[in-house]
Ligand binder design. Structure first.
Ligand code: FES
Ligand code: FES
Length: 161
């Protein structure tokens, strides 16, 4: 597939970029839109560092071709000040210092924001299974992330959104 106009909506802004449709969304976000909050990790869909929301669902942007998100809403960590649930997740992570090097943190927060937005009564076991399957943290901040999740779930009973 050659370079052609790809129409994207990222953090509420519509943009058309001349780029090969098979280019990973992560590269487009970082290299063409200067949105560096989505991290480059394994680039093979295993570590979750590159997670963004597509139509509200957590997606690993390193193995998502840009053509596949045409006409869909993409949300990145840079939208934390405009996305109520993501903003709340970020606030709790900062308050509990739920990060060490921080490389995995933005991806984990995106997944949590997606899962907490999707379900009015988020299930803790489902969230933990999802994180376990899709995110790696080499620094071992799991205990603090769990504390953050529990605080968010306690808040969610009153409605996060
Ligand atoms: S960089 Fe995308 S999953 Fe690791
Ligand atoms: S905080 Fe360093 S990889 Fe998770």
């Amino acid at each position: 597939m050659g370079a052609q106009g790809q129409h994207l909506t990222v953090n509420g802004t519509e943009i058309t970029l001349s780029v090969d449709g098979d280019t990973p969304l992560l590269s487009v976000l970082r290299d063409r839109m200067d949105l560096k909050g989505s991290r480059i990790g394994c680039t093979e869909g295993y570590c979750g560092a590159c997670t963004v929301l597509v139509e509200g669902k957590p997606v690993q942007s390193c193995n998502t071709p840009v053509w596949s998100v045409a006409g869909k809403a993409v949300t990145t960590i840079e939208a934390a000040d405009r996305h109520p649930v993501l903003g709340e997740v970020q606030k709790v992570f900062v308050a509990l210092q739920a990060a060490q090097c921080g490389y995995c943190t933005n991806g984990i927060m995106m997944t949590l924001a997606g899962l907490l937005s999707q379900s009015p009564r988020p299930d803790r076991a489902h969230i933990l299974a999802h994180l376990d399957e899709r995110h790696l943290c080499r620094c071992g901040v799991h205990a603090r992330v769990l504390k953050a999740i529990d605080q968010l779930l306690a808040h969610s009973e009153g409605g996060l959104a």
